[in-house]
Write a protein that binds this ligand. Structure first.
Ligand SMILES: NC(=O)c1ccc[n+]([C@@H]2O[C@H](COP(=O)([O-])OP(=O)(O)OC[C@H]3O[C@@H](n4cnc5c(N)ncnc54)[C@H](O)[C@@H]3O)[C@@H](O)[C@H]2O)c1
Ligand SMILES: O=P(O)(O)OC[C@H](O)CO
Length: 331
């Protein structure tokens, strides 16, 4: 039994997968979900009816709750796992002092849309959490495969080694390998952008481009990520590591990717609204596009793939035309 007191905030696929991992390691967890019906169902039947419903929720270890404040107050370590667009709304009524001295782990791969800032920056700014108490979960890891206990790898990023190691120990289990990394900002931006690239790959697939084009798109995308991340936060980092390249690869080719699925629908002719309505899951890249585009007005990095996706999603340029233009910019 791990003695840390933990809260997981979020009721989607990734929160459910993280709860499964914590439960495997016997970490007693307060699990806050937005949906009251889901909470009641989990209490009664020990499964989340809305996401990853095959996962068994161990009632001795996992405590679903509707009381966000209680979950946070009772815990030393808070895992944030709601889509970035809803973070501010979900945390709105929490006292700004409530997270002081606690460790906050963001498992979110997105930015706060109203402010165009990283989730960890938002947590530090709004709740005064110290940098040493912040960690990020990254790496190529689809919740659906965690549910099936397929061997997966996570990277825990923190500027404080002891924080990273504490979270590493909490997540390392039979089917999850964890390593630590000291690059919170680089890992977060890379994860945010790979979602946009996965939309690009989905659009290309929907437009009937083949594997040859996809490979060129992804290798150009890696260069784009490198240019952007190095411009925003220069640091010696190995972008070939799983937290960066690995996550880009899995999101751009996996059948489970929300972002790729969303892009694929756009390529096949769905409108943005209808594609979003078709999915009961959130494609983070949709929100990230606007933030990255805004931020790049200052940095002026050459980002042709992100620009093409932005034009398709926000400027409503026909994908077929935009991708013909993009074709000429890749090599
Ligand atoms: N699913 C994965 O495999 C995976 C892996 C790694 C990281 N992530 C990240 O985890 C985060 C959470 O995504 P997910 O995949 O668990 O979500 P999801 O797509 O599975 O589910 C959507 C979630 O959004 C919630 N939601 C919808 N409307 C809301 C609203 N108005 N207010 C508050 N919540 C609302 C739903 O309740 C649900 O919990 C994202 O940042 C994602 O990038 C996901
Ligand atoms: O399903 P996606 O596109 O949100 O991607 C999920 C994870 O980030 C993959 O590591």
């Amino acid at each position: 039994m791990n003695n840390s007191k933990v809260a997981v905030i979020g009721g989607g696929s990734w929160a459910t997968a993280i709860v499964k991992i914590l439960s495997e390691n016997k970490v007693v967890t307060h699990w806050w979900l937005r949906n009251q019906k889901d909470i009641e169902h989990i209490r009664k039947f020990h499964h989340n009816p809305s996401y990853l419903s095959s996962v068994n929720i161990d009632a001795d270890i996992i405590r679903p709750t509707e009381d966000l404040e209680l979950a946070v107050r009772e815990s030393d370590i808070i895992f944030l796992v709601v889509p970035s667009a809803f973070v501010a709304e979900v945390l709105l009524h929490l006292d700004t002092q409530i997270l002081k001295g606690k460790i906050v782990v963001s498992a979110i791969k997105g930015m706060i849309p109203e402010e165009n800032i990283l989730v960890t920056d938002y947590i530090q700014k709004r709740f005064g959490v110290l940098e040493k108490d912040i960690a990020v979960i990254a790496g190529p890891c689809h919740a659906e495969e965690v549910a099936m206990e397929k061997q997966s790898y996570l990277s825990v990023a923190s500027e404080a080694r002891e924080t990273a190691i504490r979270i590493e120990k909490m997540l390392q289990c039979r089917f999850i390998n964890v390593h630590t990394i000291q690059d919170v900002v680089g890992v977060e931006y890379s994860a945010v952008i790979k979602n946009i690239i996965a939309i690009a790959c989905g659009v290309a697939h929907g437009l009937n481009y083949g594997d040859n084009f996809q490979a060129v798109l992804v290798s150009n995308a890696m260069q784009e990520i490198s240019r952007f991340v190095q411009a925003i936060y220069p640091k010696e980092r190995d972008l070939n590591a799983s937290a960066y390249l690995g996550d880009l690869l899995v999101t751009t080719y996996s059948q489970f990717s929300r972002n790729r699925t969303f892009g694929n629908m756009i390529g096949r002719g769905y409108s943005v609204k209808s594609a979003q309505m078709e999915m009961d899951m959130v494609a983070e890249g949709y929100y990230a596009l606007k933030s990255i585009f805004e931020i790049n007005k200052k940095y002026k990095v050459n980002i042709p793939i992100i620009t093409a996706v932005y034009n398709v999603i926000y400027e409503r340029i026909t994908p077929i035309i935009e991708f013909k233009i993009l074709q000429e910019k890749l090599n």
